[in-house]
Design a protein around this ligand. Structure first.
Ligand SMILES: *Cc1c(COP(=O)(O)O)cnc(C)c1O
Length: 467
């Protein structure tokens, strides 16, 4: 043991080690030193606990082992907290995994805007101060047919700004069937309270009639609010008041009609054989005064909340001081402008915006990808691999009852529990998130691109013990 201990290399020896050379420039010095110290002391403990007592291990081999340990430590310490993961869940708009992926040209524009100065709040023709909200207002109006538009941080903020601006200290009527909670603690009643508006619930969970709204209107009433029940569906004996009827009632009674559309689709999914999701354009055409929706759900852009509607209301929101606390960043505007521009030509939008592309691609496309992944993984000896049919989901609270036919691979690892396999791959430096189903780990190819599949192959081909 004494000999082994005296064979432990010193910190300096690792600092000049060739195998660690690559990390010297790319990793902060303190991470490098810390990893070396930890690596050495890990092996000192191992030796002291006699794990190596009977082992013949030469000085060079010991050094090599410690170096490998140090490399692992460096790689784990050097990781960013927010990092890429591989989404093999088959849920396209996965809120926990960052919702929509941005299209490539949006990302390029973020890089260009972020690494240079820009005209965020500068009006170039006059050389005077401009407004950050001006850059995409016209584009949104052109696409949706709205008179005015405003973009804030997310849809929750959009709803808050609308209520704070338009219905503070007054009553807002909402159907009991629409008092939704969205994951991550967005609750309509709570937002209503923050905004200082008084929630008046009408109807029942499954049925709300026009007369329920009508009877609840008092001189204190300011608005009728519709909320899209994004993440759940009430089925069976149901009744809701259609937008046309609701907006007409609001107009007749000199009230404002508001709709929180949640996902905010800009194209008609029914055209492509999907269940009808109400579009932003339809909501506006039905006479609703103000509509809010998310930027990173079905729209497929960056996190944002978009408010569209009557000019007078949008202008009033622009003057609300609360807007300053909800304002979007230049990065969001940079990404959103490029994404929205695609919607001027729908055929382009469904080809280029990843969220739309994944939803609308044919079954054979995902089957092709599953075959590619299967072909890559099949030769790996320690794995059992099957090609399987799966059900993918849109997610993000959109069309909760719609499942998409999809394909994937089901894995098990000879001699290992499936729970351990799942945990190991999830905790890999490039995390792979799949689902355990029927005693197998399933990677759904709906949400995987070729790059992801290459990475999965690379990780698995190392063998689970080395991961
Ligand atoms: C998702 C959703 C929200 C919240 O939108 P964020 O962009 O996540 O803030 C609000 N209302 C409805 C109906 C939703 O579906």
């Amino acid at each position: 043991m004494k000999k082994l201990l005296s064979n432990l290399p010193k910190v300096d020896e690792f600092l000049i080690s060739e195998k660690l050379e690559a990390y010297k420039d790319s990793v902060p010095y303190n991470i490098l030193i810390k990893s070396i110290r930890e690596g050495i002391s890990f092996y000192r403990e191992e030796i002291l606990s006699r794990k190596f007592a009977d082992m013949e291990i030469g000085k060079e081999d010991l050094k090599l082992e410690i170096t490998n340990k140090i490399i692992k430590l460096i790689e784990s310490k050097n990781q960013l907290n927010l990092k890429r993961v591989i989404n093999a869940t088959g849920t396209i708009i996965h809120t926990n995994l960052g919702r929509s992926k941005l299209m490539e040209s949006s990302v390029k524009n973020i890089v260009n805007i972020a690494s240079n100065y820009n005209n965020l709040e500068y009006d170039i023709p006059t050389g005077k101060r401009g407004s950050r909200y001006s850059h995409i207002e016209k584009l949104i109006c052109d696409i949706t047919g709205a008179e005015g538009a405003l973009v804030v941080n997310n849809n929750a903020a959009a709803v808050l700004l609308v209520l704070d601006t338009l219905t503070k200290d007054s009553e807002v009527i909402v159907s009991r069937g629409e008092l939704v909670e969205i994951g991550g603690s967005f609750r309509i009643p709570a937002i209503m309270e923050y905004s200082g508006s008084k929630l008046i619930e009408v109807g029942t969970t499954n049925r709300t009639h026009k007369k329920d709204y009508l009877e609840a209107i008092t001189p204190e009433t300011k608005a009728l609010l519709k909320v899209h029940t994004s993440n759940y569906k009430i089925m069976g004996f149901t009744k809701e008041v259609k937008n046309e009827e609701l907006s007409k009632l609001a107009r007749d009674k000199k009230l404002i009609s508001i709709e929180d559309l949640g996902s905010g689709v800009l194209i008609d999914f029914a055209k492509y054989g999907y269940k009808k999701e109400p579009t932003v354009q339809e909501s506006l055409r039905s006479g609703i005064d103000v509509v809010t929706f998310s930027g990173d759900k079905l729209l497929g852009g960056p996190q944002a909340g978009i408010i569209v509607g009557k000019r007078q209301y949008i202008e009033k929101m622009k003057r609300n001081n609360l807007l300053r606390t909800l304002r979007v960043s230049k990065l969001t505007i940079a990404a959103l402008e490029v994404t929205l521009r695609e919607y001027l030509d729908e055929a382009e939008a469904i080809k280029k915006i990843p969220t739309l592309k994944m939803i609308l691609e044919g079954k054979d496309e995902v089957e092709k990808r599953a075959h590619i992944l299967y072909g890559k993984l099949k030769p790996l000896e320690t794995l059992e691999v099957d090609l399987v049919e799966t059900n993918a989901m849109i997610g993000g609270g959109s069309m909760p009852t719609e499942l998409m036919d999809s394909f994937g691979v089901a894995l098990s690892y000879k001699g290992h529990s499936i729970v351990k396999l799942e945990r190991t791959l999830r905790n890999n430096s490039l995390s792979i998130v799949g689902r355990i189903q029927g005693g197998k780990l399933v990677f759904d190819c709906k949400t995987l691109n070729e790059n992801d599949m290459d990475s999965i192959y690379e990780i698995l081909s190392k063998g689970i013990d080395k991961i």
